[in-house]
Design a protein around this ligand. Structure first.
Ligand code: FES
Length: 322
C-alpha cells in the first residue's frame, strides 16, 4: 500500500457529474493493489494541499464494502464553503493523485436489527450506499426513503431503485407527496432500527417522531451532514501544552487553525460527532459557542469541555489543554 505521512495515496480513476451539484469520484490504488477494507457507513478524509491552506474534508464511502478494488465518494459543491469541495470539482482531473486517510466508521449498522429503515435527504444518501450493499449481501430486511429537491437531483435515488427495486422510495419535491416520517416509523416490529442522514430538520423530525412513537434511542441512528470546520467571529486561544497563543480566524475552526500553525490535534469526523477531538478548557473569560453533537448539555454548561473541530468562543481569554 502506498502511504505518505500516514495517508493513502490514491489515483482518481473516474469522475462523473451526477446532479448539478454532486460529482462522484472513483479512487483506486496507483499500483492496482487492494485498498483497505471498510464497513457500511464508513468515511474517509481527503487531504488537499491548496497553496498555504490544507483542506481536510470527510466523505462517506459509497462503494461496496465487499469490493476493495476501488473507493467511491460523492462530493457536493458548496459554493460558500471553505473551498475543499470546489477544489475537488474544479481542479481535480482523472489520473490525478489524492491523499486520503484510512476509512473510519461513525455510522455503523446495528448488527442484530431485524429490520433496517433508512431515511435520507439529498447528499445524505451517500453513507447509506455502502450500508445497503452490506445488507443486501447479508440478505437482511431494509427499506430506504429518500427525499430530493427536484427531478434534476434524482440520479442517486434512481441508481438505488435500479439496484433494490421497491425497497427504495423516492420523494421528489414538487412531484411526489412529502415524506411523512411519523407514518414511516409507525407500527414497526420489535427489533427495527432507523438510520437518518440529511438536513438538520429531517434528523430532528426523525428523532422527535421515533421517540414520540416509543422507539428507544439505541434503535435510532443518525449522521448529521455538517459543513467541514466552522465559521464565526475570530477569537484567540492559548494551547497550554504548546505554550502558544494562536488566532482562530472567522473562516477557520480551532482545529484548522492549530493544524495550520503546525500543531497536531486528534480528529476523526471533523464535524462534532465522534468525540475524538474533545478538549479540556482550562480557563475562559467569556462564552463557549458549542456546535457539536457529542457533548452532553451538562458538559456544555460546565464550560470545561470543548470540541475544536466545530465549536467556537466569544471571549477575551480561552486556554485549552492542547
Ligand atoms: S473530530 Fe469528531 S468531534 Fe471533533
Amino acid at each position: 500500500m502506498n502511504t505518505h505521512n500516514g495517508t493513502l495515496s490514491v489515483r482518481v480513476a473516474r469522475i462523473e457529474a451526477l446532479t448539478p451539484e454532486i460529482t462522484r469520484f472513483t479512487l483506486v490504488d496507483p499500483a492496482g493493489k487492494h485498498l483497505p477494507a471498510f464497513s457500511g457507513g464508513s468515511h474517509v478524509v481527503v487531504v488537499l494541499e491548496d497553496g498555504d491552506k490544507t483542506h481536510r474534508n470527510a466523505y462517506s464511502l459509497m462503494s461496496s464494502p465487499y469490493d476493495s478494488s476501488a473507493y467511491q465518494i460523492a462530493v457536493r459543491r458548496v459554493c460558500d464553503g471553505r473551498g475543499g469541495s470546489r477544489y475537488l470539482h474544479d481542479r481535480v482531473a482523472e489520473g490525478d493523485l489524492l491523499q486520503i486517510l484510512q476509512p473510519a466508521n461513525l455510522f455503523p449498522l446495528a448488527k442484530h436489527a431485524r429490520q433496517h429503515v433508512f431515511i435520507a435527504g439529498g447528499v445524505g444518501i451517500t453513507p447509506v450506499y455502502s450500508q445497503l450493499e452490506e445488507l443486501q449481501l447479508k440478505q437482511a430486511t431494509f427499506e430506504l426513503h429518500l427525499a430530493v429537491r427536484g427531478p434534476e437531483h434524482t440520479a442517486l435515488g434512481l441508481e438505488l431503485q435500479a439496484r433494490y427495486g421497491e425497497r427504495v422510495q423516492l420523494y421528489v419535491q414538487g412531484v411526489d407527496a412529502r415524506m411523512d416520517i411519523r407514518h414511516i416509523l409507525a407500527d414497526r416490529p420489535l427489533g427495527s432500527h432507523v438510520y437518518v442522514c440529511g438536513p438538520d430538520s429531517m434528523i430532528d423530525d426523525t428523532l422527535d417522531s421515533a421517540r414520540a412513537l416509543g422507539w428507544t434511542d439505541s434503535h435510532i441512528h443518525y449522521e448529521r451532514f455538517v459543513e467541514q470546520g466552522s465559521s464565526g467571529q475570530p477569537f484567540s486561544v492559548t494551547l497550554a501544552r504548546q505554550g502558544v497563543t494562536i488566532e482562530v480566524p472567522a473562516e477557520q475552526s480551532l482545529l484548522e487553525a492549530a493544524e495550520q500553525a503546525g500543531y497536531k490535534v486528534p480528529y476523526l469526523c471533523r464535524g462534532g460527532a465522534c468525540g475524538y477531538c474533545e478538549t479540556e478548557v482550562l480557563d475562559i473569560d467569556g462564552e463557549l459557542d458549542h456546535r457539536d453533537d457529542w457533548l452532553s448539555e451538562e458538559d456544555k454548561l460546565s464550560k470545561r469541555k470543548f470540541m475544536p473541530c466545530v465549536s467556537r468562543a466569544n471571549c477575551s481569554r480561552l486556554v485549552v489543554d492542547l
